[in-house]
Ligand binder design. Structure first.
Ligand code: MG
Ligand code: MG
Length: 257
């Protein structure tokens, strides 16, 4: 069942998303060589709790942290920990905020120091695919139009789209219906109606699209251990417009690409 939101509810999600965007911005200041990923998690959690929010992920189905931190071949759901970032890594940081009863969800993949040109190109293409997906997330289109736009663009560049993990509706719950795959056929799937709030989050691999789950029950990595990128926004659909509720603005003040 899809929960449609009122304008007032979307306004609260937008507040939640502003806290989230600024938390991402605080984290972005510290994404560099020599930093331990557990430190980034601490920065995010403190910022969120100091600004009338609760980290959505911490405790969700037992997830231990406020951030999902996924380095290099890790696609999503990596744990922050003792790993120290090094020159040439890429790091995907995914975060959610719960504020006044509503969640927002947003992710970004950063280069650390000098990253190889082929991996920089993967990051740029994945980010671009997010916005191409958002362009199709308009009233009276269908869910499949979003995934089709993402898939067409990244596959034309020789990349692959992860199938096992998808975007999702969100609101009072972090994950709601419908699922929002990053692949699919034009004109297929649920109709996009006024009041739908969805997270669009392409996960794009340099090599094979196949992924495996590590023994910790969470960490998803590419089967061939080649790098993977992930960008995410939460958007709201209205008859006359689609609003991107989350922002990368505070991140992009600190990132070169
Ligand atoms: Mg997310
Ligand atoms: Mg999400």
């Amino acid at each position: 069942m899809i929960h449609y939101k009122t304008e007032e509810e979307v306004a609260i999600i937008k507040e939640s998303a502003e806290i989230l965007g600024r938390a991402h911005g605080e984290v972005a200041k510290h994404v560099k060589e020599g930093v331990k990923t557990s430190f980034l998690d601490k920065v995010a959690e403190e910022y969120i709790r100091d600004h009338d929010g609760v980290p959505s992920f911490k405790g969700y189905n037992g997830f231990p942290s406020s951030l999902c931190i996924s380095v290099n071949e890790v696609v999503v759901h990596g744990f922050p920990g003792e790993y120290v970032l090094k020159d040439g890594d890429i790091i995907s940081i995914d975060c959610g905020v719960f504020h006044q009863g509503f969640h927002s969800d947003c992710a970004y993949t950063y280069p650390v120091g000098e990253v190889s040109p082929s991996v920089v190109a993967l990051l740029k293409a994945t980010k671009k695919s997010l916005y191409l997906g958002i362009e199709k997330a308009v009233f009276n289109n269908r869910i499949g139009d979003i995934g089709n736009a993402i898939q067409k663009f990244v596959e034309a560049k020789g990349y692959t789209v992860v199938r096992e993990l998808v975007g999702h509706g969100l609101g009072r719950n972090l994950h709601e219906s419908p699922e929002v795959p990053n692949y699919g056929k034009k004109g297929s799937g649920a109709l996009l109606k006024e009041g739908m709030v969805i997270a669009i989050e392409p996960m794009v691999n340099l090599g094979t699209r196949n992924v495996v789950q590590e023994r910790d029950g969470w960490t998803i990595r590419t089967a061939d251990r080649k790098p993977s990128a992930h960008y995410e926004h939460t958007v709201a659909i209205f008859k006359d417009r689609t609003e991107v509720l989350t922002t990368h603005e505070y991140i992009e003040e600190h990132v070169k690409i």
